[in-house]
Design a protein around this ligand. Structure first.
Ligand SMILES: [Zn+2]
Length: 261
């Protein structure tokens, strides 16, 4: 049996907004917006990448100097860029790229999993949060198209159908699920997971929360979700394409659903 805390996530566009899809030969647009089943969508992986960045930034800002609280860079060691290596050398990120866990491959196993991967998952090990796709009921035909003014670098509205874009004041919604416990593998949010060789694996939980001034292992699942997920995702942010062209500002809110919802 599993139990989840559920939050309704609402993303409202405050500016024109675009998350592009790869070109579809059937589309009338050269640069279509992302849709699934005809509905415009903020894809889960896009939202997860955004949330992950937010958590990394928070860990670096609030927990610098505590090495087990450092986030990893979620790519393999071989593909780290020169800039990423600089971030590692400066002590902001863990060495070696993404946290990874494998019961077979002890050599490439990380000593411990970073807080970002604890919630969002590491290579070979699930996390506790399920990041949703956010949908809007606005139909694609309600979208307006734009092209870029090559001289000014700004968006020109309602001209050639070069780019699809969402208007401002559009609301996308989805449900964020945070697992509180799983009785099959005995995982509990906020407790060290009972997998092989594990004392250090989730060792960050023995540190102290700056927000609640208690050890993480003594926080409730709701408090952990609040510090690392809800407060990281909520607020005004800039997401998606055309950021430098006056696009992408959104306001995100999360409301906890009752267990029956
Ligand atoms: Zn990690």
């Amino acid at each position: 049996m599993k139990d989840y805390i559920k939050y309704k996530v609402e993303l409202k566009t405050l500016e024109p907004f675009r998350i592009g899809a790869s070109k579809d030969v059937m589309s009338a647009f050269d640069n279509p917006i992302a849709t699934i089943g005809g509905r415009v969508v903020v894809q889960g992986p896009t939202l997860k990448g955004f949330l992950r960045n937010q958590i990394e930034e928070y860990l670096i800002d609030q927990y610098s100097g505590i090495s087990i609280m450092k986030p990893c860079i979620p790519s393999s060691e071989r593909t780290l860029s020169a800039d990423e290596k600089t971030l590692i050398a400066s002590g902001k990120y863990r060495a070696k790229g993404a946290c990874s866990y494998s019961s077979e491959d002890m050599k490439n196993k990380s000593d411990s999993i970073c807080p970002a991967c604890y919630f969002l998952g590491a290579m070979g090990l699930n996390g506790f949060a399920r990041i949703p796709y956010l949908y809007t009921e606005k139909k694609p035909e309600e979208l307006y198209s734009v092209r870029l003014d090559r001289a000014k670098g700004t968006v020109v509205e309602k001209t050639n159908r070069d780019y699809q874009i969402m208007a401002d004041n559009v609301c996308f919604t989805g449900i964020l699920e945070v697992m509180k416990y799983n009785t099959v593998n005995d995982w509990m949010l906020g407790k060290v997971r009972s997998i092989q060789d594990k004392k250090k694996l989730d060792g960050w939980l023995n540190e102290t929360s700056k927000k609640f001034n208690k050890k993480f292992i003594d926080l409730s699942p709701e408090e952990l979700a609040e510090e690392f997920l809800v407060e990281r995702i909520c607020g005004e942010h800039v997401i998606g394409g055309f950021k430098s062209k006056g696009c992408g500002k959104v306001s995100i809110t999360c409301s906890k659903l009752k267990a029956s919802d």
